[in-house]
Design a protein around this ligand. Structure first.
Ligand code: OAD
Length: 240
């Protein structure tokens, strides 16, 4: 099995100190999703939405990648075949851990987009409703470069191209509740891929996976990576 697609969700970054969305104490317990993660919410109250993302950007700069991110970067460096890491996370912890082929289908927290001129640029600080775009100079057009509910995720064509060819599909730390990502396993299954779930507890779509490993990502991901690399390097195991 040389063609590998990995999907990650908030669970992989939890032990770095970034709260997940739906676990107890998660983001959607503290904030109203409709207010801070929809285009309508942004139109109604852009100050609140900027405040929410400014705080998340600040928090992201205070945390570090963990052993699970590092293990996936090592897997990419050593993997003998095609490799694609698809993440629903807007953090940059995969990149900071050394991953190179990463697709952020829900956008990136450290990027901002100008809805007037269309430029996307890196931003680590705060933005406000009237902050002018550094490129076109117009105020009022900046928004986080993240995908909100009701918007189309990014780069789906590239993701599906990889899914319909993949032989091994692994979902890590995601609740399997938000589509289209929750449906990727079905596409991979139809392609004949072996599907593995690495999670703290079973996801909503757990029944669609062939294999499950439950536990914290910093333990189960490095363990699984070690195994698949051993199998692929020995050339004898089921991973080849
Ligand atoms: P969720 O918060 O829905 O799910 C987190 C998953 O991580 C659950 O399956 C937990 O069991 C698991 N988990 C928690 N701690 C873990 C740990 N230490 N190790 C391993 N797994 C752990 O997050 P996502 O599935 O990523 O979208 O959510 C999907 C999307 O919904 C997000 O990208 C975001 C959100 O609303 C948008 O905002 C558009």
């Amino acid at each position: 099995m040389r063609r590998l697609v990995i999907l990650t969700g908030a669970g992989i970054s939890a032990e770095s100190g970034i709260p997940t969305f739906r676990d107890p104490g998660g983001v959607w317990e503290k904030y109203d999703l409709e207010q801070v993660a929809t285009p309508e919410g942004f139109r109604r109250n852009p100050d609140l939405v900027h405040e929410f993302y400014n705080a998340r950007r600040r928090d992201l700069l205070r945390v570090e990648p963990n052993a699970a991110h590092l293990a996936l970067a090592e897997l990419e460096r050593s993997w003998p075949g095609e490799f694609l890491l698809v993440t629903q996370n807007v953090d940059d912890l995969h990149e900071r851990a050394g991953s190179r082929r990463v697709i952020h289908i829900h956008g990136e927290l450290l990027k901002v987009r100008c809805e007037v001129c269309g430029r996307v640029f890196r931003e680590t600080g705060k933005i406000f409703t009237r902050t002018p775009c550094p490129f076109c100079g117009k105020p009022g057009g900046l928004r986080p470069h993240v995908v909100w509910f009701g918007e189309t995720p990014f780069h789906l064509e590239e993701v599906y191209e990889a899914l319909i060819r993949c032989e091994l599909f692994v979902a890590i730390g995601t609740s399997g509740t938000v589509y289209p990502a929750a449906g990727f396993v079905e596409v991979a299954r139809r392609a004949g891929a072996h599907c593995v779930e690495l999670n703290l507890k079973p996801a909503e779509n757990a029944h669609l996976f062939h294999e499950h490993r439950y536990g914290p990502a910093t333990r189960v991901v490095p363990e699984w990576v070690r195994e698949v690399l051993e199998e692929s390097l020995s050339g004898s195991g089921k991973a080849l």
